[in-house]
Design a protein around this ligand. Sequence first.
Ligand code: GRF
Length: 187
Amino acid sequence: MKRVAVLISGRGSNLQALLDAKQDAYEIALVVSNNPEAAGLTLARDAGVEAIAIDHRIYGKDREAFERDVDALLIQRNIQLVALAGFMRVLTPYFVRAWKSRLVNIHPSLLPKYPGTKTHQRALKAGDAEHGCTVHVVVDEVDSGEILGQARLAIEPGDTPETLAARVLELEHQLYPRCLAELARKL
Ligand code: GRF
């Protein structure tokens, strides 16, 4: 069992999916949020998982200082693999290198299409026939890095960014535990 830390900023539905997935490759050993109000912190504690807020605002513009404290906590808790799940801070090369090949993210588009935000809106506007989500290794460039898995769906007539987001989110919840377990087995 690999010890995984999940980094969140908000509601934590992907975190919940990772907690719920029945598999033997990883355990969620720690949840860290940069936002002390994140609902996901409560989800973790309800599941009996240690959940700690490290408020990035305390560090002002010093992103690395924030990341050094997160990194120190991960090391102290013997974390082996880090999963970003709705973590809204762009990480600096310092953290990305420290966790090279052991840091993954889920993104709500079929990368390399639509890195960044408003992915559902952009897929609709482009008239795409399909859309989906991607689990990838984190590298310095945002929403890039080796693709570990994707799940796709057909865009339906009448879809809005909201209906699309809801259907993609269901796919995310299936895809993320599967990809994380596969990576955990390989490490
Ligand atoms: C998900 O859509 C994920 O793909 C993106 O941020 C959202 C997080 O949602 N990176 P949740 O906090 O896991 O519910």
